[in-house]
Design a protein around this ligand. Structure first.
Ligand SMILES: *Cc1c(COP(=O)(O)O)cnc(C)c1O
Length: 419
């Protein structure tokens, strides 16, 4: 059973100041998650989480993570600018982008960020753009093929398709890139890969680590390159559905430790650091989209219209993603009604839930849409002239802080050239 971190009484109090819809984040939950991750990898002295900014590009959130010792993983100019303005400097920033324009490499280099090259052609492009290559540099690896874990009668526990993904270098390119970067003056190297998204399995990181550790050991031996870190990137998932088990980050950290002992230590790479770039795992469950039921409609199906829409949370509309819904104050009532919970876009995919068993919903009821802390607000858009909502923080002391105000029509019109 999923319980939201916000009660009806708290929501009603907040709504007096900040009308729905809004996203709200749980400071205590964010800190708890960051500490559990840190503990799971405490065996590795250089361990660091570089939070994937694209998941929740909100300075109030980045600063909490900074206090917990995290860096940032940026992939665009404005994400780099935001990290800089939040006070992340030098190696606090990973820059993992693809199809990267020159000015983004320039800013990344100016900030002293660790640059992660997505393609072999970017070795020359980087050197030409900067006039040098950084001493510490990372390359993204794509082993190709299909990545699978945990076959059972129900299918594979994790299955993704690196061979179809646009990211990273082949194994041969990875080695060539290291050799050329070394010749250009790079001294220490990182290897990065992201093979599967939203994995619900304690085996994903350990399996990925084995692939990267093996490549690192081979390349270090052949090229003499010094391996500073292995970046396991993102992809550790969260249980969006109430019946799904949660990943156990302590088990995941231990699995990576075993692989490290077996492969890295004997290869003389026992000093290498482990980096992660988790977004969803860090923030997903620590955010809710709060919305009010504003309309009910009885046609061929029962519809509940709410004041949020896909412009506030796109995942159900574009991925058919499940997001759990709690009707606040009715947590213990029987879920004996079946509804489609919908937003107001002129787009039939604008449905937060389809055929969902819920308690009877009354107009004015407040709904909490779960697990919206990552890839929620950040994927928002302005279709149909919809405005982005506010983002709030529920602090550890129970007070509420505004992190970002809601957009106004003036914001929406601000970029227009009126003749
Ligand atoms: C999106 C992304 C992440 C974060 O992914 P999650 O699924 O949120 O953990 C990390 N690294 C890179 C390079 C990404 O593009």
């Amino acid at each position: 059973m999923k319980r939201p971190f916000l009660t009806l009484a708290q929501a009603k109090e907040i709504i007096k100041t900040y009308p729905t819809p809004f996203h709200i984040y749980d400071e205590a939950g964010i800190r708890r998650t960051a500490r559990a991750l840190r503990d799971a990898f405490a065996w590795n002295p250089g361990f660091r989480e570089y939070f994937a900014v694209k998941a929740t590009p909100t300075p109030g959130i980045l600063k909490i993570l900074q206090e917990e010792g995290c860096g940032t993983d940026c992939s665009s100019l404005t994400e780099l600018m935001m990290a800089d303005r939040c006070g992340f400097t030098g190696h606090d920033i990973m820059f993992s982008s693809n199809e990267t324009p020159a000015k983004e490499y320039q800013l990344a280099d100016q900030l002293g960020a660790i640059i992660n090259l997505d393609d072999i052609t970017h070795v020359d492009f980087l050197e030409k753009t900067l006039g040098h290559v950084p001493e510490l540099v990372c390359c993204r690896y794509n082993p190709g093929g299909v990545f699978q874990l945990g076959e059972s009668k129900e299918g594979f526990q994790v299955m993704d398709n690196p061979g179809e993904a646009k990211y990273g270098m082949t194994r041969a390119q990875l080695e060539e890139a290291f050799v050329r970067l070394k010749a250009m003056g790079a001294k220490r190297f990182g290897i990065h890969a992201f093979l599967a998204s939203n994995t619900i399995s304690n085996d994903y990181y350990p399996a990925l680590a084995r692939i990267l550790f093996t490549a690192a050991a081979e390349i270090a031996e052949k090229t003499g390159c010094s391996i500073a870190f292995i970046n396991l990137s993102g992809g550790v998932g969260i249980p969006y559905r109430p019946e799904q088990p949660a990943n156990d980050i302590a088990v995941i950290g231990e699995g990576v430790r075993q692989a490290f002992q077996e492969i890295m230590v004997p290869a003389g790479l026992g000093d290498a650091a482990i980096f992660t770039e988790l977004g969803r795992f860090m923030l997903g469950p620590n955010g809710l989209l709060i919305t009010t039921a504003v309309h009910e409609k009885h046609i061929y199906k029962e519809y509940i219209g709410v004041d949020a829409c896909a412009a506030n949370l796109m995942r159900p509309a574009i991925y058919g993603a499940y997001h759990h819904i709690t009707v606040l104050g009715r947590e213990d009532e029987p879920a004996d009604h079946v509804y489609d919970v919908v937003g107001s876009l002129c787009e039939n995919s604008d449905k937060f839930a389809i055929n969902r068993q819920l308690p009877a919903i009354h107009m004015g009821d407040i709904l909490a849409i779960h697990d919206t802390g990552a890839h929620g607000f950040s994927m928002g858009y302005n279709y149909n002239g919809k405005l982005r909502s506010a983002e709030l923080l529920l602090r550890e002391d129970g007070s509420v802080k505004l992190l970002r105000r809601a957009e106004t029509p003036e914001d929406y019109f601000a970029t227009i050239v009126w003749d």
